[in-house]
Design a protein. Structure first.
Length: 382
């Protein structure tokens, strides 16, 4: 048996053992509840007999024991009735006894809790004793609920701790894989740079080597992105218009002419604290997602606006749109509507914007069949 199988079996054994222990505790509590309930029923029978003795007592009757029985009942609420009228009460608050409506409501409550004890003190003359559960019995009744609540909270705490640990481990694994990927790409990339230098010495159209260099630089940028995953990025004062436009221009030149691109921004620079490499990644992810949503044909608008404190980048497409119930779930890892892909693009984008750049990203507007507008908001600096 492999280690993972043993661990899975161990978990099921632990779950079953926990369920068994909880079941035993609840069964034991129920048993105690029934025992105490029967004991209180016996007490009420003794009290009823004491009442009958006192009703039928004469001057020769010893009433010390019946009176003692009455004095010993300090916890069980009792209402004594005759011909549906209340004639006596025990262990019930004065404000209930004095208010006839409240007294009748309390009597109805006692009728629901226990069957009455009937005292026939003379032929065709009888009284009914209605009694409720004592404070101890009521506490015992709610004990299983409190126990289940504690178990639920404890289980939720364990699950949260386990999930956080698992996510932390996965994050470390992905970060390690990303850094290793960047390292592995570096070797052939260095070789490609050397081959480009050789090509420049040959009789080749310079525009060809220029385009190859652009793609090599792009690969270097991608390698730099992957190497930064899991590390605290260095932020620098940057013109967000310039950095965004560089990514926009690169993508515009490499996609089909069936996509109409447009870019709009203020004429003057807007400065924010940025990691240019990671910011470029966020813009690329948003534009590529927009192109996927349009199935490679439509219009993409990238606009940059500012207010007194923030700069806002909007990416608008004419694609299929996003349902309102998915406005937040699209940023969760693994969420994707495509047949291929791992659904990590928008999740990484949100992490870059929110955790690294201390900004925000959201679906500003979307309409099914008409398109979507995504918005990134970042703090400006002077």
């Amino acid at each position: 048996m492999q280690f993972s199988d043993k661990r899975s079996t161990g978990r099921w054994i632990l779950i079953f053992a926990s369920f068994l222990i909880i079941s035993l505790i609840l069964w034991n509590t129920y048993t105690f509840f029934q025992i105490f309930k029967n004991e209180e029923r016996l007490k009420m029978n003794l009290l009823a007999k004491a009442q009958k003795t006192l009703i039928n007592a004469d001057e020769n009757t010893d009433v010390e024991l019946p009176l003692q029985i009455f004095k010993n009942n300090t916890s069980i609420p009792v209402i004594l009735t005759e011909k549906d009228s209340i004639i006596n009460t025990i262990n019930i608050d004065e404000h209930i006894v004095k208010d006839k409506t409240k007294a009748m409501d309390f009597l109805a409550q006692l009728k629901r809790e226990n069957e009455p004890i009937i005292i026939e003190y003379a032929p065709n003359k009888y009284q009914k004793w209605y009694y409720g559960n004592s404070a101890l019995l009521n506490k015992l009744k709610y004990y299983p609920i409190a126990l289940l609540l504690i178990i639920f909270l404890f289980s939720a705490l364990i699950y949260y701790f386990y999930r956080s640990t698992k996510i932390g481990t996965q994050n470390k694994l992905w970060a390690g894989m990303a850094k290793e990927t960047a390292h592995q790409i570096g070797t052939p990339l260095s070789s490609l740079i050397g081959w480009v230098e050789i090509l420049k010495t040959e009789d080749i159209d310079p525009s060809t080597t220029l385009e190859i260099e652009k793609d090599i630089n792009r690969l270097q940028t991608i390698t730099d992105r992957f190497s930064k995953i899991g590390s605290e990025p260095v932020l620098e004062k940057s013109d967000i218009i310039e950095i965004t436009l560089q990514t926009y221009n690169y993508l515009q030149s490499r996609f089909s002419k069936q996509i109409e691109f447009s870019f709009e921004s203020p004429k003057t620079a807007i400065y924010t604290l940025l990691n240019p490499t990671l910011h470029s990644w966020t813009i690329e992810n948003l534009i590529k997602n927009a192109i996927d949503a349009m199935k490679g044909k439509g219009k993409i608008e990238v606009s940059i606006q500012e207010d007194s404190e923030n700069v806002k980048i909007k990416v608008t497409d004419t694609g299929s749109g996003i349902p309102k119930n998915q406005f937040y779930t699209i940023f969760e890892p693994g969420f994707t509507t495509k047949k291929r892909g791992w659904g990590l693009g928008l999740s990484l984008t949100k992490r870059i914007v929110k955790e690294y750049h201390k900004g925000s990203i959201k679906v500003l507007h979307s309409e099914i069949g008409k398109g979507t507008t995504m918005q990134i908001s970042l703090k400006k600096i002077c």
